[in-house]
Design a protein around this ligand. Structure first.
Ligand code: NAD
Ligand code: TDX
Length: 378
């Protein structure tokens, strides 16, 4: 049975992966290593914290001796490396943490894996899976073919540059030292437990609180939306059937312009409030609680510097070699995600107070985005 070390397991995708894994592979040892930055929350791991297979370790991936100790002590043979600084806007305002965690942190993980697996244990069966992003490929024009695994790297933000650097290090540890690695480059994830700084969860919680819905630039930027559950299944398949040294793109097959995506969430809110009168009581500041369309709160704001225009993923390789395809349609996924946020306000209110709020206050100059005084408590 595999023994997993999951870094960044208290974050959005990591915590979904931990729940997915323990559902699908009950009995496998699973250790989470997470520094609990603003993006990491133990509340996201509530459902598994009592499982005997599960252990949480509070620590930093840059702490190589700590990682070596865990690999030894827990006889880990599989690393799934999610830990990263992940928000493009934050990387524009402060790139240092991105270089530290994404580049040095990944190198620290690789050094520890090499030392324990190759030098100390001569462990033939091992896997270092690195979770990366489609942003390393840069930006597409409207008629360009989607990114495939041979698309040259052309990262445009400090975030994507740091992820590209980490991908190169992972690849180099395979070619130079023979470490058995795989890399997945996936598109924009969405789903439950997503920190409300990224477009979908931010839009949902702002709708529910009657706040403006910020759209950068003209709102015509395109992302390929991947439900986090499909992403977790894709990683599971790569661990089981992926070839060492290979990269695999994972997409959702759901390209959508930002403005259209936000409008779809607004329609979902209007319909949900019409169908469930308890929502208006729980979220009295939501326009839909007064019968007004949520889309009236859409607000165009200045564009993100260097904003990539379009991402799209060609999944042919992972479909052909491993049999992956996305199961969750964007319509079903958005409805499901909207519903999750309406039912889990305790989670999102909890993760949003504190450091997130202070960051928003420092970096958004547009005061109307900071309107406070929401009365909603559910
Ligand atoms: P997230 O920001 O929600 O979570 C990151 C987690 O890593 C948090 O729990 C945080 O506490 C932890 N962490 C940060 N620095 C750490 C450190 N130095 N040591 C240990 N733990 C640390 O991120 P996410 O959205 O879940 O993304 C997970 C991975 O997937 C990242 O590598 C990201 O680049 C990649 N990715 C994300 C998306 C997306 O749409 N969210 C898309 C493509 C790729
Ligand atoms: O308030 C907003 N308004 C807006 O128009 C925010 C937060 C975003 N946007 C736009 C910018 C992007 O075009 O929406 C799109 C999505 O933005 P984000 O949710 O910040 O995601 P993105 O920048 O595309 O990056 C995400 O996908 C790839 C993740 O954050 C990365 O970790 C991942 O690698």
């Amino acid at each position: 049975m595999p023994r997993l070390l999951v870094t960044g397991g208290a974050g959005f995708i990591g915590s979904n992966f931990v729940r997915y894994w323990l559902e699908q592979h009950a009995g496998d040892r699973l250790v989470v290593l997470d520094a609990l930055t603003y993006a990491g929350n133990l509340a996201s791991l509530e459902a598994v914290k009592e499982r005997s297979e599960f252990r949480f370790v509070h620590g930093n991936v840059c702490d190589t001796p700590l990682v070596e100790g865990l690999l030894r002590e827990e006889a880990i043979d599989t690393i799934v490396h999610f830990a990263a600084e992940s928000h493009v806007d934050r990387s524009i305002h402060g790139p240092d943490a991105f270089i530290e965690t994404n580049v040095f942190g990944t190198h620290s993980m690789l050094k520890a894996a090499r030392k324990i697996w190759l030098e100390e244990r001569a462990l033939a069966q091992h896997r270092f899976h690195h979770v990366s992003t489609d942003e390393v490929y840069g930006s597409l024009g409207p008629a360009d073919p989607p990114f495939h695994e041979q698309t040259p790297y052309a990262p445009n933000s400090p975030y994507s540059a740091s992820k590209a650097a980490s991908d190169h290090l992972v690849r180099a540890y395979h070619h130079t030292y023979g470490l058995k690695v795989t890399i997945s480059n996936c598109s924009n994830n969405y789903g439950p437990f997503h920190f409300p700084e990224k477009l979908i969860p931010l839009t949902i919680v702002n709708i529910l609180q009657g706040r403006p819905l910020p759209i950068y630039g003209d709102g015509r930027n395109v992302r390929d939306w991947l439900h986090v559950r499909d992403h977790c299944r894709g990683i599971d398949l790569i661990l089981a059937k992926g070839r060492a040294g290979e990269m695999y793109n994972i997409g959702g097959g759901s390209e959508c312009e930002n403005l259209s995506l936000v409008q779809r969430l607004c329609v979902a809110a209007d319909e949900a409030f019409r169908g469930d009168p308890s929502l208006a009581i729980r979220y009295p500041d939501c326009p839909a609680a007064r019968g007004e369309p949520a889309s009236a709160s859409i607000k165009f704001v200045p564009d993100r510097p260097g904003h990539d225009r379009r991402y799209a993923i060609d999944c042919a390789k992972i479909a052909r070699e491993i049999g992956y395809r996305a199961h969750v349609s964007l319509d079903a996924g958005l409805l499901d995600t909207f519903g999750w946020y309406t039912e889990h306000s305790q989670w999102w209110r909890g993760v949003m107070d504190g450091s997130y709020r202070r960051w928003i206050e420092t970096h958004y100059r547009d005061e109307s985005l900071l309107r406070t005084g929401d009365r909603a408590r559910s």
